[in-house]
Design a protein around this ligand. Structure first.
Ligand SMILES: [Zn+2]
Ligand SMILES: [Zn+2]
Length: 225
């Protein structure tokens, strides 16, 4: 493929996506808007087209916007501990900016970009990923979370591992944080649940010692597009 053909493919963005959720309130999840996602509108996607062409074209696949849905449940919630999800997600993704596989991305609800923890050589940097929707529900002492994450993927070669970066094909690692408030001591605390835990995993209140939350199932991840 010629360099010009490669450049042509790289600027084939953005593609139209449906927007989920209310970017301000975050409590709705209506699908059907014809709007572009925040990532498409932001300056970040220019990263994809600003890369100068080298000798030949290293990109075999076109860049793409991927959308994944994360689900998690905490059970055995003691009513005295007012459990709630924090509005952040940590997710392991291949990063085309630092060109490393499996980097931990830090995403905050409302932020239009994520932070890639990269590695010692590259240091932390912004990445083209965001939380598009975030819903939390509590029912029968089960606290559920549903988050939708959009992120840009572009082809790259991980020089350190000598492998190609790949678009998402299997469940990445994820960590979700939660907070609680102890009614007995009137003090707050926090905890987290993640993919690779021995379950059931219990989080005890650091003030009274009772169970504040129990995770019996690993978070689920589903590729939407
Ligand atoms: Zn990175
Ligand atoms: Zn307590």
């Amino acid at each position: 493929m010629s360099v010009s053909a490669c450049q042509e493919r790289k600027v084939r963005l953005p593609r139209r996506v449906r927007k989920r959720g209310d970017a301000v309130g975050g409590d709705t999840d209506e699908v059907g808007s014809e709007d572009f996602s925040g990532l498409c509108k932001s300056d970040l996607w220019r990263i994809l087209v600003d890369v100068p062409p080298g000798d030949g074209c290293p990109w075999d696949d076109p860049p793409m916007l991927q959308r994944i849905e994360i689900g998690a449940v905490l059970s055995g919630v003691a009513r005295l501990h007012n459990l709630h999800w924090e509005r952040s997600v940590e997710l392991s993704l291949d990063c085309f900016v630092c060109e490393r596989q499996g980097r931990t991305m830090l995403l905050e609800w409302g932020a239009e970009r994520a932070v890639c923890t990269a590695d010692k050589q590259h240091g932390r940097h912004y990445a083209a990923a965001r939380i598009a929707a975030l819903d939390s529900t509590i029912e029968d002492q089960r606290l559920s979370l549903r988050a939708v994450v959009d992120y840009w993927w572009a082809p790259f070669h991980d020089a350190k591992r000598d492998v190609r970066g790949l678009p998402l094909t299997e469940s990445p690692w994820v960590r979700l944080k939660f907070g609680y408030f102890c009614a007995q001591t009137e003090d707050s605390g926090n905890g987290s649940t993640q993919s690779n835990l021995v379950r059931p995993a219990r989080t005890s209140c650091r003030h009274c010692g009772e169970a504040a939350a129990t995770s019996t199932e690993a978070p689920t991840i589903r590729l939407l597009s």
